[in-house]
Design a protein around this ligand. Structure first.
Ligand SMILES: Nc1ncnc2c1ncn2[C@@H]1O[C@H](COP(=O)(O)OP(=O)(O)OP(=O)(O)O)[C@@H](O)[C@H]1O
Ligand SMILES: [Mg+2]
Length: 226
């Protein structure tokens, strides 16, 4: 599904100095896996996700998405592929405060795929139900707990039925119990839909929710378990 082939990302920080956020990484993310990437702060996890999504251009190496090098595609094709194939979940919920739960979930699909709300509505309602938010669908983000907000973000990422879900520390803002609930939700979604999930966390304890895991240490993948 996604292949990183000897990928490095080097950031210049001054005339003399540079930082290798990711160095010579080879990683294959097969279709249908739930890959958990762990590593300390600064080890390059976010950079790796951005590379995988074609949001960051590698300094060297190639990143293939479904067999195609992201950087061989024109801009328009790149964003089209991203919009159709990838769902993103970030650490902080990032919902629009003036929109209801249902509107927040539907908005990206309306914008990116020029569908109207009526078309999306039944799917959004069903998804909200699946994620246990039925009674909250007309609520505003400020009326929800952090865990519920994160569920809305997950629903928003899933509405367009992407092939891959990329999640960057989606639970680090939550208490332990809620963290486990959200991780179970990811595992459940994975089992039910067969979607490919790449989830980044600094908590090694969350590895068990995935089907595969890799650990990053300062820009490099150091261990791999299946
Ligand atoms: N745009 C940038 N310019 C310069 N350096 C950067 C940039 N983005 C990341 N870095 C550096 O690359 C390294 C890896 O950063 P990255 O954000 O990928 O780490 P991370 O594992 O996601 O950390 P965290 O767990 O804190 O989110 C860090 O040393 C960071 O300072
Ligand atoms: Mg990060």
């Amino acid at each position: 599904m996604i292949v990183l082939d000897k990928v490095s990302k080097i950031y210049p920080i001054s005339k003399e100095n540079q930082v290798a956020a990711v160095q010579d990484i080879n990683l294959e993310i097969p279709m249908g896996e739930f890959l958990v990437i762990t590593g300390r702060s600064g080890s390059g996890k976010t950079t790796l996700l951005n590379l995988a999504a074609g949001l960051t251009r590698p300094t060297s190496g190639r990143v293939l998405f479904e067999g195609v090098d992201w950087w061989s595609l024109p801009d328009r094709e790149q964003s089209l592929t991203r919009n159709q194939k990838i769902g993103f979940v970030f650490q902080f919920p990032s919902l629009l405060p003036a929109l209801t739960v249902l509107e927040n979930i539907a908005l990206p699909t309306i914008i990116n795929h020029s569908q109207d709300f009526q078309e999306i509505y039944p799917r959004a309602v069903k998804l909200v139900e699946t994620l246990g938010l039925s009674d909250k669908r007309s609520s505003y983000p400020r009326q929800l707990s952090a865990g519920q907000q994160q569920r809305v973000v997950i629903a928003r990422a899933l509405l367009n039925q992407p092939a891959v879900l990329l999640a960057d520390e989606p639970t680090s803002n939550l208490d332990e119990q809620t963290e486990l609930e959200i991780m179970e939700l990811f595992a459940e979604i994975h089992q039910r839909t067969g979607i490919t999930i790449v989830l980044v966390t600094h908590s090694a304890q969350l590895v068990r929710f995935g089907t595969q895991s890799v650990q990053m240490a300062v820009g490099q993948v150091v261990t791999k378990q299946t």
